[in-house]
Design a protein around this ligand. Structure first.
Ligand code: ATP
Ligand code: MG
Ligand code: FE
Length: 341
């Protein structure tokens, strides 16, 4: 089936086109520059930007795919989780196209879509797989018996998401927003063993699959402040590398442990933080050692985009899952277990 996917949960306006598991187009507009001076995404600005970018982005996607609107078999859209006002813009657009083209509409979970996107590059997901979902708003370990119907959460962050920690630490280091890419770049010149930052929730009595990044973030801030108070220069590259190492270490150790505990030998990474070069390398190393098959989408498909929504939509059509009702609404805190509301 030819499926168009709409993504507007945060600051990216994404429209993707896929046929089956073949990616035909992935058009993206972003309002990230408009949020930079606020140090975070401003919901009202994001909604307005989606409104302005939506129709041109759809046209761009269809042109790039070389298809006509009348060729489309189904429309998929992120129904949550995300910013309500931003989600509503995508929902309104998707409903309008579905209605005008007289094709079914699939509301999808943004987090499940972060996992589904890997199928466009590496083929059908092994089921069950384990998924490590790490993004700006979420950090979860998921057991995925059937990505079209059944996703279970094994653990999640008890405070900040991994991406949020990258964004906050970048701010402390005077690096731009969003913080993931600049920290990743700075870390290349740094020593990951320069500072031994804390690994949250890794004690013997801690929940084995939960994460905590708030203590790490605070530890970095304290360390940097102490340097500044002493009038000493802050070794940005070393701090970035050491912080990044702490995050990658905890994420990969827990993901591998969850695979082992559940007898699952396939791990897929998803979400913006999965674009991190150290996380990718360490996951590769530890999965190889543990006999786990690792799948990671290319960095561009890890961060928010429309292709991931189209990928999940296409999967739902193929699996014979019921489309959503026409009164489908946005759910800012849609639970990960609900693949399609
Ligand atoms: P969610 O998916 O939870 O709703 P989101 O949609 O805002 O959140 P994504 O686009 O999936 O998030 O991810 C954005 C996050 O990924 C940001 O916090 C950003 O700093 C982080 N990120 C992007 N690239 C990298 C990188 N190379 N290394 C580390 N983090 C990164
Ligand atoms: Mg974004
Ligand atoms: Fe996301």
């Amino acid at each position: 089936p030819l499926v168009v996917g709409f993504e507007t949960s945060c600051d990216e306006t994404g429209v993707g086109v896929v046929r089956g598991r073949t990616l035909l187009a992935d058009a993206l507009a972003t309002s990230v520059a408009e949020h930079e001076r606020f140090g975070g995404v401003v919901p009202e600005i994001a909604s307005r930007a989606h409104l302005e970018a939506m129709v041109p982005t759809v046209h761009r996607a269809l042109a790039e795919a070389g298809v006509a609107a009348s060729d489309v078999d189904a429309v998929a859209v992120t129904a949550g989780p995300g910013l309500t006002g931003a989600l509503l813009v995508g929902l309104a657009a998707a409903k309008a196209y579905a209605l005008a083209l007289d094709v079914p509409l699939y509301g999808v979970n943004h987090l499940a879509a972060h996992v589904a996107v890997d199928e466009l590059q590496h083929g059908e997901l092994a089921e069950p797989s384990l998924a490590l979902l790490v993004s700006g708003g979420h950090s979860s370990l998921l057991l995925v018996p059937d990505l079209s119907r059944e996703v279970t959460s094994l653990g999640r962050t008890v405070d900040d998401a991994a991406g949020e920690a990258f964004d906050k630490v970048a701010r402390v280091l005077g690096l731009p927003f969003p913080g993931g890419p600049p920290i990743d770049r700075a870390a290349r010149e740094g020593d990951p063993a320069a500072v031994d930052f804390p690994r949250g929730l890794t004690g013997p009595r801690d929940a084995p699959y939960d994460f905590s990044f708030s203590g790490l973030k605070t530890a970095v801030a304290r360390w940097v402040e102490a340097r500044q108070r002493a009038g000493e220069p802050v070794p940005v590259a070393d701090v970035a590398a050491s912080f990044q190492e702490a995050v990658a270490d905890v994420l990969t150790a827990k993901a591998v442990r969850a695979c082992r505990d559940h007898g699952v030998d396939h791990l897929v990474l998803g979400g913006g933080v999965a674009a991190n070069s150290r996380l990718r390398a360490l996951a590769e190393e530890r999965c190889a050692a543990a006999g786990i098959v690792l799948r990671v989408p290319s960095p561009r498909l890890c961060t928010d985009n429309g292709a991931m929504v189209a990928a999940l939509g296409s999967r739902l059509v193929a699996a014979g899952v019921e489309p959503s009702a026409p009164d489908l609404g946005a759910d800012s805190s849609l639970p990960i277990e609900v693949v399609t509301p």
